[in-house]
Design a protein around this ligand. Structure first.
Ligand SMILES: [Ca+2]
Ligand SMILES: [Ca+2]
Length: 194
């Protein structure tokens, strides 16, 4: 009887570890993961983001050197650096942050944010010169971000893309059942001891 309780306790502990690793998953992409010159589409799909051409240049973004950006190499429109591209978040995310630049003129960037159903949420632009950090949160789930630097002199690119995955319903369910099971286990153990 005691052995059975112990093994079920280990099982529950494993369940909970899995659930928490799901809730805490964050990804930061520095674009040093692949060589300069790489055209990027689904290389980062495992982390939850894929890239596709925008409507201006119609080309995939490219990993490029940009000596004006502190974290070079960067992800640039192609050909560098004037153009546009899309980011698609394939797992639900409610927090996205990246650096963008180098901005030579105010308000030339066009950064549009959409939910997973492609409903427009907001548009942002550069409020300063140089490298600027953009953070999108509190908007609900984010599905798509459109980046366009065509109107900035010598263009602009992005770097250090960070996003957090929202726990999926199945993960929450797992966490819930794990906690409920733990409660049951505690009660059983209390009974056994008394
Ligand atoms: Ca970088
Ligand atoms: Ca520029």
């Amino acid at each position: 009887m005691k052995k059975h309780l112990f093994s079920s306790g280990v099982g529950l502990a494993l369940l909970i570890v899995v659930a928490f690793s799901g809730t805490a998953s964050a990804a930061t992409i520095t674009f040093s993961e692949y060589p300069v010159g790489t055209l990027v589409d689904n290389q980062y799909a495992g982390l939850g983001v894929v890239f596709s051409p925008g409507g201006v240049n119609g080309t995939l973004p490219i990993i490029a050197n940009d000596g004006a950006m502190p974290g070079s190499p960067v992800l640039s429109p192609n050909p560098p650096y004037n153009g546009d591209f899309w980011m698609t978040f394939t797992s639900p995310t409610d927090y996205v942050q990246f650096e963008a630049g180098y901005w030579d003129t105010l308000s030339t960037g066009v950064i549009n944010v959409y939910d997973p159903f492609a409903t427009f949420l907001l548009t942002a632009t550069n409020l300063g010169y140089g490298a600027e950090t953009f953070t999108f949160q509190g908007l609900g789930n984010i599905g798509y971000i459109y980046f366009n630097s065509i109107n900035d002199p010598a263009g602009a690119d992005i770097d250090n893309l960070t996003f957090y995955a929202v726990p999926e319903p199945s993960t929450l369910l797992l966490l819930g059942s794990g906690l409920a099971g733990l409660g049951l286990w505690g009660r059983k153990r209390f009974k056994a001891n008394s």
